[in-house]
Design a protein around this ligand. Structure first.
Ligand SMILES: *Cc1c(COP(=O)(O)O)cnc(C)c1O
Length: 388
């Protein structure tokens, strides 16, 4: 696996579509990342923090009661047990260490619902770095608890009042800040998106999930690995070591209110290629190429773009991309709670929902589902949605 190429391209996707003023910063970052990642001391510090601070390796758990119910042998890769409750911390710890190595004391990030903001604030506190997080004012109002969490961790949350005042606008504002501040500031992006080298570095920090899985399976055959896809980082993280092997890989996008409704987040299965946030990739867009808003009950999947490497995997037929609706994900959310004693993140419930829907076709097979996060953050929203 030699992609991306030196231009940060995965086939025709990816690249570096950034303002002239950021080009040197991105080149410097690429060089610093490649050097750090080849340095055994950097890697061992990264893995030490993943072990002692995050709690890795995350267990591989046989979901026996769910397996009996649906007639498919299901294993969960338990990223929900990581410190801060999801896979995002694997990336933020790596990126913060990189910033420290580059001598940049200030961290900025964007956040939608606040999950990436909290994971970034956590890494910044751990390493004693100054941290500011851009967040749409609409999201700030909806996610007051995560705003407070970031503040408890010593991070300042900066409201974004442009555009729809949500995630896409927060990314744009964070990039604008970085153009002016790159001398002392590192930008920690929340998924395998953005201009080169981010899709590469985030993948490298997340592939620990798949590498652990390989070891935990110890040669036991599995038929499929299934993960939800927002920007695509937990999916790439678990898929990466299995690309091009016998194992079938399935990415599950947000079908939202149903594909026909037009209100969904399925950029790979129902979008078209275009440029957003520095990369050429599949996007939700209208006839004129205007980027559309994504819709999903699950905040982590509510993004109109997707990592460029997934666009490449899709066209090359290396990964299959499907979608499930909000309603299907909610049913799976309940099923996992009742049968396994695990309340999954609504994002992760999308991956479970696809397996449940396809159970007849998958009968007798062994499937690993990436349990990308825990659902504590979703409980209040779901209680309200269900009128509880
Ligand atoms: C953010 C998030 C996602 C979606 O992001 P990816 O980059 O697609 O992994 C999925 N699950 C959880 C729990 C998240 O917090």
């Amino acid at each position: 696996m030699t992609l991306p190429d030196s231009g940060g391209r995965f086939g025709e996707y990816g690249g570096r579509f950034a303002p002239e003023t950021l080009m040197d910063t991105l080149t410097e970052l690429e060089k610093a990342f490649l050097e750090a990642w080849a340095d055994p001391d950097f890697k061992s510090e990264y893995h030490r923090l993943l072990a002692d601070f995050v709690g890795r390796p995350s267990p591989l758990f046989a979901a026996d009661r769910l397996s009996d119910r649906i007639g498919v042998r299901v294993l969960f890769k338990r990223e929900d047990l990581n410190h801060t409750g999801a896979h995002k911390i694997n990336n933020t710890i790596g990126q913060a260490l990189l910033a420290q190595r580059m001598g940049k004391p200030r961290i900025i990030a964007e956040t939608g619902a606040g999950q990436h903001g909290v994971a970034t604030a956590t890494a910044a506190a751990l390493l004693g770095m100054r941290c500011q997080v851009y967040m749409g004012s609409k999201d700030i109002a909806r996610q007051a608890l995560n705003v407070y969490r970031m503040e408890l961790l010593g991070t300042e949350v900066i409201p974004v009042t442009t555009g729809a005042r949500t995630l896409k606008d927060a990314v744009s504002e964070a990039m604008r800040d970085w153009v002016a501040s790159a001398g002392d500031t590192h930008y920690i992006i929340g998924s395998v998106v953005g201009p080169h080298p981010f899709p590469l570095s985030v993948r490298e920090f997340q592939k620990v999930i798949g590498e652990e899985l390989e070891e935990q399976l110890a040669g036991t055959p599995v038929d499929l690995i299934v993960a939800c896809v927002g920007g695509g980082s937990n999916a790439i993280g678990i898929f990466f070591p299995f690309i091009g092997t016998e194992v079938e890989l399935v990415g599950v996008e947000a079908g939202g209110e149903g594909i026909e409704s037009g209100r969904h987040g399925a950029s790979l299965s129902h979008g078209r290629p275009g440029v957003l946030h520095g990369a050429h990739t599949y996007l939700l867009q209208d006839e004129e190429g205007q980027v559309l808003e994504a819709h999903s009950a699950s905040a982590g999947l509510d993004y109109p773009g997707v990592g460029p490497e997934h666009a490449y995997f899709k066209d090359a037929g290396l990964v299959r991309y499907e979608s499930v609706t909000d309603v299907e994900a909610l049913e799976a959310f309940h099923l996992v709670g009742e049968l396994e004693g695990i309340i999954p993140a609504l994002e992760s419930a999308h991956a479970v929902a696809w397996v449940v829907r396809e159970a007849k076709v998958l009968a007798g097979k062994t499937v690993v589902i990436n349990m990308s996060g825990r659902g504590d953050k979703d409980v209040e929203q779901i209680r309200e949605m269900e009128g509880g």
